[in-house]
Design a protein around this ligand. Sequence first.
Ligand SMILES: [Zn+2]
Length: 364
Amino acid sequence: MILKEFIRQLEAEIPSAIQESYDNTGLQVGNINAEVSKALICMDITYEVLEEALTQSCDLIISHHPLLFHSIKRIDASRNPGKLIHFAVKNDISIYSLHTSIDKYEFGVSYALAERLNLLEIRVLQPEKSLLKKLVTFCPTAQSASLRNALFNAGAGHIGNYDSCSFNIEGKGTFRALEGTNPYVGKPGELHTEDESRIEVIFPEWKKESLLKALLANHPYEEVAYDIYPLENNLENTGLGAIGNLKTSIEAKDFILKIQKEFNKNPLRFNKYSGKISRVAVCGGSGASLLEHAISAGADAFISADIKYHDFQAASERILMIDAGHYETEIQVLHLIKELISEKIPTFASLISETDTNFVRYSK
Ligand SMILES: [Zn+2]
């Protein structure tokens, strides 16, 4: 498969448009026109991971953390990241990174963590704002059903677990075709009144291009009238963190032991909190900034990583905040990436890296 096509199919599920503005997801190294056949899925790009890719005959690496995050001015093959880039190029290995795109993807990093903890009724903790738009268009009533379907097929009209959502109202449209036109209805030079439908559909911002393409291809008029509105609504299935419920509530001290055992972490860092735990928020990686979201969403516990002293202070007696490690709270997403490739691009081979790239070590 050509890399460009692989990326197109992957991004149809995990759009790069949802990444954080500071991030650098997507292709890091490689040629989008190159043929690729097997992917190694890993957390970080290290020399050992590149060697593993070579041993396993993988010509593509999909990493969670990007190889190139800060801009570089030279590729110095004697040190990282130049050494890693040089090795990848020399061995025809392409590198693609997901990072905050898969942090915010509904079934991404935090979902994988919530699943590992067997949480029920998992939802996104901090849904994205300003990613939803509304398209309004005006179409001859007789053609409105087929146009509406074309818009749905292009990705418009999803609200929660409903698809084909639209609002429609009948009215009269007027226009006068001027010189050089070839109107679908009416005669050039004459004011025309047509029975039209106003169709309203919502869509996520990154589908704008394909939606407009579908609109213009399926609307009968020479000049298509449409409006696009920005919306304040949350995009409920996209955003950072996840929240869900335990099957049965347990004492905070028992929950701490459970997490310690699950992540094999000793010592485990957490704050002073007494009470029962039944609702749990999680954010894989550095998620301390979501503390207040976790509290206002009714969580009794919040599991994340890279938590600072004063974050624990802010959480004290309000919520049980646990630092379960950056690598540990993200690593399970690799299985979701592999499952997603198997499901959406079934002809493409992929395997999960066996290299432990956790840069943090713990004394026993
Ligand atoms: Zn991370």
